[in-house]
Write a protein that binds this ligand. Structure first.
Ligand SMILES: *Cc1c(COP(=O)(O)O)cnc(C)c1O
Length: 345
């Protein structure tokens, strides 16, 4: 039977068109900046984001690391949410490799940070303090139920940075999910950000790759940082070819993933033993609580695994499911029916 894999949208396999594009890709040496396919992808990514230039990197983690190391010097401080992916899940890279001081503020349940707290967190120019150089926002916010941050909020944060020598970076690993969910052009959404990173390898289904977008000057500096981190890739057109197809082929269909998550949430909500917050269903990420004392989360996951249904447990009584291109509406019905049988037996 088909395995229904809801562990993440990173499990998506390349489309047939991507595989063909990889096969046909015109290649060069990208460290010499002469891989035509990489150059084309970087050009298109910059256009799509409404920025001057873009840089291909191997992962979303490196995209954030390169961006933050380009904005900041050692000893500088960045403001970011306490539930930010960069703070929680990127191996502390900004501190380990950049000597950058993370100043975390509470992420509210809607993924935002209070503007007056942010304002108060900006350091005065004083020898005792690190210099505040950057604010990072995450859109969509992974841990906060995949919620999209609105343009109005991001613009308010951008306003706060102006005239203070502070920049705004958007960790837009899933920025296209945000744009699709908000019905907003992605470039409008990020107009006032100084840099934006996004992943090709999540819902967009490419096998590898992320992009950093910003001004020409920023990207020129970022290219040197990427090389220093060991992220200079040679015939990277192999990767870029699939990214070009991803931008063309898989952005609009993210709406299907969002519809599937909603159906999943509605179905799970009526299963005794599981609860979801129907007011916290936004894009393609769903958190589910186990409220059945007779089962552990690990038992549930193991039982479902035997039924070829995969998802993650993220705490002793919480699961995460992420819809993606490999899972269709029929698969969602099967997940609901198997879960329903298990919890009613
Ligand atoms: C997945 C993710 C990243 C990192 O991407 P990788 O390609 O897995 O390194 C960064 N930020 C957010 C919000 C993510 O969800």
């Amino acid at each position: 039977m088909k395995v229904i894999d809801l562990r993440s949208d990173t499990v998506t396999l390349p489309t047939d068109a991507m595989r063909q594009a990889i096969f046909d890709a015109e290649l060069g040496d990208d460290v010499f900046e002469d891989d035509p396919t990489v150059n084309r992808l970087e050009g298109e990514a910059a256009d799509v984001m409404g920025k001057e230039a873009a840089l291909l990197v191997p992962s979303g983690t490196m995209a954030n690391l390169v961006s933050i190391l380009t904005h900041c010097q050692r000893g500088d401080e960045i403001i970011l949410g306490d539930k930010a992916h960069t703070f929680l899940y990127e191996a502390g890279g900004i501190s380990a490799y950049g000597g950058i001081h993370p100043h975390t503020l509470e992420n509210r349940p809607d993924g935002t940070i209070d503007l007056s707290e942010m304002e108060a967190a900006v350091r005065l120019d004083n020898v005792h303090f690190p210099r505040t150089k950057l604010i990072c926002l995450e859109n969509t916010h992974n841990v906060c139920h995949g919620i999209p941050l609105t343009k109005a909020y991001m613009d308010d944060v951008a306003d706060l940075t102006h005239g203070r020598g502070i920049s705004l970076h958007i960790d837009g690993a899933r920025i296209f999910n945000a744009a699709v969910a908000l019905g907003e052009d992605v470039k409008t959404l990020v107009t006032n950000a100084d840099s934006v990173s996004f992943c090709l390898s999540k819902g967009l289904s490419a096998p590898v790759g992320s992009l950093v977008c910003g001004t020409e000057l920023f990207i020129r500096k970022a290219r040197r940082v990427r090389k220093g981190l060991g992220g200079g890739m040679r015939q990277a057109g192999i990767i870029a070819a699939s990214g070009l197809v991803a931008l063309d082929e898989t952005v609009e269909r993210l709406a299907e993933d969002h519809a599937n998550v909603r159906r999943l949430a509605q179905g799970i909500d009526i299963i005794v033993g599981l609860t979801v917050d129907l007011n916290q269903v936004y894009t393609n990420i769903l958190y589910i609580d186990l409220v059945d004392d007779s089962k552990t989360a690990q038992e549930v996951v193991t039982t479902m695994e035997a039924e070829d249904i995969r998802f993650l447990t993220i705490s002793p009584d919480r699961f995460r499911m992420v819809t993606n291109r490999g899972v269709d509406a029929k698969d969602i019905e099967r997940v609901l029916s198997v879960l329903n049988n298990y919890f009613s037996s």
